[in-house]
Each structure stands twice: as structure tokens, then as C-alpha cells.
Ligand binder design. Sequence first.
Ligand code: RIB
Ligand code: CA
Length: 313
Amino acid sequence: MEKRKVIFDTDPGQDDAVAILTALASPELDVLGICTVAGNIPLDLTTKNALKLVELAGRTDVPVHAGCDRPLGRALVTAEHVHGATGLDGPDLPEPAIAAGSAHGVDFLIETVRAHAPDSVTLLALGPLTNVALAFAKAPGIVTRLKALVLMGGGCFEGGNITPAAEFNIYVDPEAAAMVFRSGVAITVLPLDVTHQMLSTRARIDAFRALGNKAGAAVAAILSFSERFDVAKYGSAGAPLHDPCVTAFVLDPSIFEGRMVNVEIETGSLITRGMTVADYWGVTDRPKNAFWVRSGDADRFYQLLTERIGRLP
Ligand code: RIB
Ligand code: CA
């Protein structure tokens, strides 16, 4: 079976961590590298956390490269209130022994896509789209060379999470998101509409802990830490789990349902900055530029994640 080549662009981050660990455990995927971006926490911490994750997974063969330390044209907004001061509070992971590669993450992204056959590399974006937008601007040829961009971001029926209108990844760098959604790249969006269905209930967290391996214990600690904020906010039986929906979609898209829609990004308004205006009911004739995932099977989702995390050390 030919492995599917993927590159992560990410701001780990509690949920990013689970998404990355799941991919590193999955034999169907060839993780070509991890580019980090400022988002949940500043770039130095997202990069350190990515290094911790490849070490935890026993996958130091996967290169990590630091990308942009701020949005294209805005001040950085971070989310320590959700992810903790380190961005990976919860598990006690050792300081990484390895270092990030010397190339800038945007250049690594460009060169890696160029180095592989057209239509063979899928970009998995789990944070603000700063690196992705810059790579597309610097090397427009990779837009059509990429097989697909699968991203966590936005919301329609679920509104926003950092403001009433906007989801965090899009809110942090709306100009970058607007560039990406207008680029013509084949986009699949895993928005709050579906991630809010994937609740990390106590039973699901316990299943990770029951795996008995280091990775399972770390994921249980991560989810137990990150749930405290969202359970209080939503009053739900568990916290939404966002970024692993991207990895799960690539591994088994049958878990999810969605449709092609037009998505535009609000960049001018103070009130609705970063809103993903998804024309889900087709009331405009704007071009359908994204596959918008609206729902998914939470039990199958968690079964997949748990089985894969169980394969790690
Ligand atoms: O809104 C959720 C998204 O913002 C996730 O990617 C989370 O890691 C944060 O980056
Ligand atoms: Ca993220």
C-alpha cells in the first residue's frame, strides 16, 4: 500500500498534539515534516512542543521546522487560557534533546512539496494559516502541485469560539486565511460544526489511559487538562476535540459528511473579523472553493484515535 505523504503546519497546542501523535502512529501516512507557526502560544513554544511530540512518539526521523512568529499583518493573539503557559500543560514531557531544522518552515514547506511528485503531498493545517499563505505567495506553483489542503478552522452553524463570529485559527490571521481560500488549492475544512460533536468524555479519556503506554497516558493528561476550560464554557459532557479531526479525515473520510460550498473570510470588520462566511445552502453564485465537513461519527472517531495511539511507545 502506497503511503499518503503529508506535511503538518501546526501550533501545538493540546489538540494539535493528539492529531500529530495519531498521524505518527499511522502506517498509511508518510509524515514528511512538521512546520510550526505562532498561534496557541508563541513560536518558540509551538516548536519546542513539536519536538517533544516526535520524541514521545519515537519518531525523531520526522523533521521539525519553525515558521512564522506572527500573523501577516496583525498582532499575535494566543490562547494560553486554553492550552496552559507551555501550550502542552497536562503531561510532564521532558525537554527535547533534538533541535528544529535550520530552514524556515515556509521554505521547508515549499521545498518539500517541490521535491515530491505533483498531486502527491497533502498539507494538514492545524493552526493560523500564516505559513501556508506565505508559502503560496512565495511559490505559487505549489498551490496546484499540492494534492490537497485539509485544515481545522472556521465555523458556520456553531458560530465562533474566540469571538461570537470567529474560530481561533482563522481569527488570528484572517488575511492569511483569505489568501488561502482564494488560492484555488483543493481545500477540506474541519470546522467547529463537526469538532463540537467530538467530545472528549470521561469514558473516552479513560480509554486512552487504559492503553497502558506512555503516549496513551500523555493523551489522557492532555485531554483532562484542556477539557477544564471548554466543559465550563459549554456545559457539555466533554471538551470538543478539534485538530485530530484533520488526521482522522485523511485516515478515514467515511467517518465524516460534508458538501462543497463557497467560503469567504471576513477581514474588514472589527465585530466579525475572521468569520468564515460559508454559503452552506447555496444562496449565492459564488464559486464553491471548499469541502465543508458538517458532521461525523464520534464513536468511530475516538475508536480510530485510541487504536492508533495504542500503537505508540
Ligand atoms: O479553534 C480551535 C483551533 O484553535 C485548534 O487548532 C486549536 O489548537 C487552536 O489552534
Ligand atoms: Ca491548533
